[in-house]
Design a protein around this ligand. Structure first.
Ligand SMILES: O=C(O)c1ccccc1NCC(=O)[C@H](O)[C@H](O)COP(=O)(O)O
Length: 208
């Protein structure tokens, strides 16, 4: 999220979480103080998520201080030990992102089970991308069918109004995360696309 309008619309349409990206190479990168101001009007109505990539303690200190997130999303190659340290330092729940292309990628979550609060399964970045997330590409959703029941996760990667019904039918994912699929250009959230995405999710949920 980068604008008040997008935050308001997402919350009105039923978002349970809103995310702010702290990664300078991203078109969605935002300063922590602005993110905090955008989050203020909706605190308590949605979970505010800080998305970071292998951030050090100084960066996390600033983000936690200024944004006051409800959840930290770690979207880099943070080890289980690092996750434990972050949880101990800030006392916040952690979503850990994993890049999925093949079945063996799912085995990488094993050392994190019982440590992270929720997983986020995203597609591997395309060749040449500098972004670990937000690339608008999907992975083979059928891989989720081999996941142990009870793994709490969000499905992510290239979701949009046209494919989210199939994604839900294939995975029955307990949560969805969307970014590019509600943007008219990288980093530019589109209110009409937000509406259309949530409407598609609602229609699909009614049918399944
Ligand atoms: O979105 C970014 O620019 C980004 C940059 C660095 C790390 C993570 C990033 N996004 C994390 C997300 O949770 C995205 O919502 C997720 O990757 C899905 O993105 P998309 O495929 O564009 O829907």
């Amino acid at each position: 999220m980068k604008t008040a309008e997008a935050v308001t619309r997402a919350v009105e349409k039923g978002a349970t979480h809103i995310g702010f990206i702290f990664f300078p190479k991203s078109p969605r990168n935002i300063e922590p103080d602005l993110a905090g101001r955008l989050a203020d009007p909706v605190r308590g109505r949605v979970k505010v998520v800080a998305v970071t990539v292998d951030a050090d303690n100084d960066d996390l200190d600033e983000i936690v201080d200024l944004l006051k997130p409800d959840i930290l999303q770690l979207h880099g190659s943070e080890s289980p030990d690092r996750v434990l340290t972050v949880k101990a330092l800030y006392g916040l729940p952690v979503i850990k992102a994993f890049a999925i292309r093949e079945a063996s990628d799912l085995e990488k979550i094993d050392p994190y089970v019982g440590i992270v609060d929720r997983f986020l399964f995203d597609a591997k970045p395309p060749k040449g991308s500098e972004l670990p997330g937000g690339n608008g590409v999907s992975f083979d959703w059928s891989l989720m069918q081999s996941l142990d029941e009870g793994v709490n996760y969000m499905l992510s990667g290239g979701l949009n109004k046209d494919n989210v019904a199939e994604a839900l039918a294939v995975t029955r994912a307990p949560g969805l995360d969307v970014s590019s699929g509600v943007e008219s250009a990288p980093g530019v959230k589109d209110l009409g696309m937000i509406d259309a995405f949530f409407d598609a999710v609602r229609d699909a949920s009614r049918r399944t």
